[in-house]
Design a protein around this ligand. Sequence first.
Ligand SMILES: Nc1ncnc2c1ncn2[C@@H]1O[C@H](COP(=O)(O)OP(=O)(O)O)[C@@H](O)[C@H]1O
Ligand SMILES: [Mg+2]
Length: 332
Amino acid sequence: MAVSVAVLSGGRSSEHDVSVASAASVASGLRTAGYEAATIDVGRDGVWRQAGEVLLLAPGRGLPGHDVVFPALHGPFGEDGTVQGLLECLDVPYVGAGVLASAACMHKVLFKELMAQAGLPQVDYRAVREADHRADPDAVAREVGGLGLPVFVKPVRLGSSVGIVRVAAKDELGPALDTAFEHDALAIVEAAAVGREIECSVIGNDDPLASEPGEILLAAGENGWYDYEAKYSPGGMALVVPARIPPHVSERVRELAVEAFVRSGCAGLARVDFFVVDEEVLINELNTMPGFTETSVFGSLFAASGVPYPELLDRLVTFALERHAAERSHRF
Ligand SMILES: Nc1ncnc2c1ncn2[C@@H]1O[C@H](COP(=O)(O)OP(=O)(O)O)[C@@H](O)[C@H]1O
Ligand SMILES: [Mg+2]
């Protein structure tokens, strides 16, 4: 009998619609690869439904009818360790990073601190707590002033550029922080990297494999950045593979992608995003469940590296089964 995969679709975050698109593609690609695939709809209210019926779950009982789960969920309550914790309690194999790596990579400050610890190059940044900003905004402005202008202000745990503001003038900082604090009580302010945006996909468990890096070209041009509109409106961006960087820089990107994957304790897959400024490679972020349609950057980079979409999915399911078996072989 074919292995049955439950694909989680939707979720509670503002990336719900992105996830629905990812999940539909994943389910169809899995069928092409010879799997049985069923979609489980996770509502914006957090309720799980299969074929319209509310799903009741029992810890330790797996996900009845399915051998493995593909949580094609992005952002909070999906990519941040929460759903991964639920899947651990159910005791079902699932694709992608576990609880700790999911949570750590979702958190932009924690992730940067982990990377700094490992000596990986990145932009200069400051963390700003909402309570500190409310108490003394001038002190926060002075502290952040050291980063120069422009800066990028972000809530620490979101994706798809939601809640991010590029600040080009001093008096824009306060409103930008207010926007970030609508989403989270902690914000990160980053010095701007002026260069190319390069992305690299990684798959594997113990022996991760990096794809050919690709470059994001924005329709918006010079002062534009990779905001929600550029990401999801037709023609907003183009992916160029291979990236227009020298081979040794491309090799450095792949090395750092694998290093970031290992250092953050990832499993299964990740897309690691960089800024390349002249020939300097700075790590921006690591997504443990990147956009996953057949034409998304993650799959396109592997397709360009000789791993077509259905085969990519097949490998990811295999990594999930292997990791579950390996983890259950430990004494705990
Ligand atoms: N420090 C920075 N320097 C230059 N551009 C940035 C910086 N931080 C973010 N950006 C721009 O904002 C986009 C989204 O930021 P990112 O941290 O990747 O958030 P998300 O997790 O929402 O994708 C980036 O792809 C880039 O275009
Ligand atoms: Mg990003």
